[in-house]
Design a protein around this ligand. Structure first.
Ligand code: C5J
Length: 230
């Protein structure tokens, strides 16, 4: 396979975006069993978790290409310490879930680090040399080492995907944007329990000239990774 070029332009909305692969990382948000599989946090909130499946294949394709290119790959996981010391009572009390954060469920305690439900789904399991960021909030920068990691690698541009579009993906993209990162959100590599929120979540990112970032299809990202016209 020919080497990937140092620079590329990705076909995206609201406009094509050029990038330097040496300063680009792949950021995969919360592709955890707790959100994607029955019996986890997502389902306890009353959601149809099958809605999230559509993001898996596009993410897997981009992940494979990122590994081939040697891009830094960062996976995030939303969850809490077993003693719940990092879980705000207001978050635990929210809504009327069938099980609350910390309660025992079919995949272990709901949204708790170290439990099977907290794991990333097997299809996207991190390799040993990849970075895994555990986060207590929706945004991946809040109370985590993500900012330091990106600085260490000299990252300027993030390819962002994962779940859910309007919650953890949007919150993270907004945090990243305020910190000066350029976010290219892989539209079909994101999903929501609510298709209308997925569409609105992507629309909000690319509106007003890309107020929070860019949105591109996985095919366009893959084409740029292969050295084809994005
Ligand atoms: C949610 C997330 N939806 N990863 N978390 O609570 O989007």
């Amino acid at each position: 396979m020919p080497p990937s070029p140092a620079r590329a332009t990705i076909t995206a909305e609201p406009a094509p975006i050029g990038l330097d692969w040496a300063t680009t990382a792949l950021l995969i948000i919360d592709m955890q069993r707790d959100f994607l599989e029955p019996g986890g946090f997502g389902e306890t909130l009353g959601n149809d978790v099958s809605q999230l499946e559509r993001a898996v294949a596009p993410i897997a394709a981009v992940l494979k290409a990122a590994r081939r290119m040697g891009l830094p790959v960062i996976h995030t996981r939303e969850g809490h310490r077993p003693d719940l010391s990092d879980a705000p009572p207001a978050k635990i009390a929210r809504g009327a879930p069938s099980l609350r954060i910390g309660d025992p469920g079919p995949m272990g305690r709901i949204l708790i680090r170290g439990e099977p439900g907290h794991d990333i789904i097997p299809e996207l399991a991190p390799h040993a040399d990849e970075i895994v960021i555990d986060k207590p909030g929706k945004g991946a920068f809040y109370a985590t080492e993500l900012g330091d990691v990106l600085q260490k690698y000299g990252i300027e541009t993030l390819l962002v995907c994962g779940v859910t579009t309007e919650v953890c993906v949007n919150t993270t993209v907004r945090e990243a944007n305020d910190r000066g990162y350029r976010c290219i959100v892989i539209g079909d590599g994101c999903a929501s329990y609510f298709p209308e929120f997925h569409a609105a979540g992507l629309a909000m990112i690319k509106a007003q000239g890309g107020i929070f970032g860019w949105v591109a299809d996985s095919d366009a990202v893959l084409a740029a990774m292969k050295g084809d016209v994005g």
